[in-house]
Design a protein around this ligand. Structure first.
Ligand code: SF4
Ligand code: MG
Length: 336
């Protein structure tokens, strides 16, 4: 099936006082209609920047975007701001981590949900209000017709998150980008919001990009998975493949630092030692090599001299051989 969103060799650079930051360095991925692509990585891995670029929300003055972003047949890298405005909120919408960045304190929640509907469909105020109340109801806000008139501060954190989902979905977007949408919420509310997103995806058939640093959330939300490190994709596959037989040492690290379902709660989690690479002055070779425990397994010092490439399909960008990727995981990582 033709991908609804197709990103090819995406590069995003920022100029800063200290120099050029390569936030995304040659990223390619596809998302199909009705499917969810999970993108995981630490902060600074390029996952949020990528998605801001997809929606044209990066700052055009301080950043440069190159490569191809094709949404439903339309090329977006060269699209004008006017064309992007037509796409945002209509064909593609974003749910942010903090609803307060998306909701203004000065207008009622209802008005803010209704507005994109009026803007993109030409609906009357009355029609848009009816539709907004319907959306508030769908996302589980009780007494939606009354709560329509509330201001954001009158909503709880979980309700604001629901309202933002209503706002994002009111125009029935084909692509929904959710950037850490539940990180700020407590675990119970988080689970409710994730269930809600899954139900709404079934109903609306949207493609979803789900950005998170939490592999546990991804296991339950995504069909496919892209693991990002230092502005590049280091592993790609179906969620099942990547979580059951991960092939990249960075993914092994992420999995080891994740609480195991049904595991002993006292079992210590093993965080990945070291810190993410500088994007201003990235390490040569594999960007993960200063933190990797397996560089000695690779001959010729390749890890610190040659950048491993990510093949298409199920793949990991790492110099270890296919056999090593399998046996090291089974012998050393899995039994923990
Ligand atoms: Fe580790 Fe080398 Fe593989 Fe990079 S290429 S992840 S440094 S083994
Ligand atoms: Mg982020």
């Amino acid at each position: 099936p033709e991908a609804f969103l197709s990103v090819r060799d995406l590069r995003v650079r920022f100029s800063t006082e200290d120099g050029i930051v390569n936030a995304v360095s040659g990223l390619s991925f596809d998302v199909e209609r009705g499917k969810t692509l999970g993108i995981v990585g630490e902060s600074g891995s390029g996952k949020s920047v990528t998605n801001l670029a997809v929606l044209g929300l990066h700052n055009p003055k301080s950043s440069a975007v190159e490569g191809e972003i094709i949404l439903d047949g339309q090329e977006l890298v060269s699209a004008s701001e006017k064309e992007m405005e037509k796409i945002r909120g209509n064909k593609a919408a974003m749910i942010f981590q903090d609803p307060l960045t998306a909701l203004s304190p000065y207008y009622t929640v209802g008005r803010q949900i209704a507005e994109p509907f009026m803007k993109h469909t030409g609906a009357s105020k009355k029609e848009a209000k009816a539709r907004a109340i319907e959306m508030l109801d769908k996302v589980g806000i009780p007494q939606p017709a009354t709560r329509f008139n509330d201001y954001p501060h009158q909503f709880s954190g979980g309700m604001r998150q629901r309202a933002m989902i209503a706002m994002a979905l009111i125009c029935d977007p084909d692509l929904l980008i959710a950037d850490e949408p539940t990180t700020a919420l407590d675990v119970t509310v988080q689970a409710q919001i994730l269930d809600l997103l899954k139900d709404l995806q079934q109903e609306f058939g949207s493609a979803i990009i789900f950005i998170t640093h939490d592999l546990g959330v991804i296991a339950n939300m995504a069909d496919d998975l892209l693991v990002m490190y230092g502005g590049r994709a280091v592993e790609r596959g179906s969620v099942r493949e990547v979580l059951q037989t991960p092939k990249h040492p960075y993914t092994w690290g992420l999995l080891s630092s994740m609480p195991r379902l049904g595991g002993d709660l006292d079992e210590p989690l093993v965080p990945i030692p070291g810190s993410p690479p500088s994007l201003l002055n990235p390490p040569p070779g594999c960007a993960f090599h200063p933190r990797c425990a397996f560089t000695d397994e690779v001959d010729g010092g390749l890890c610190s001299s040659e950048k491993p490439q990510l093949a298409t399909g199920r793949a990991a960008a790492c110099h270890l051989s296919a056999e090593q990727k399998q046996t090291i995981f089974i012998d050393q990582i899995k039994p923990r």
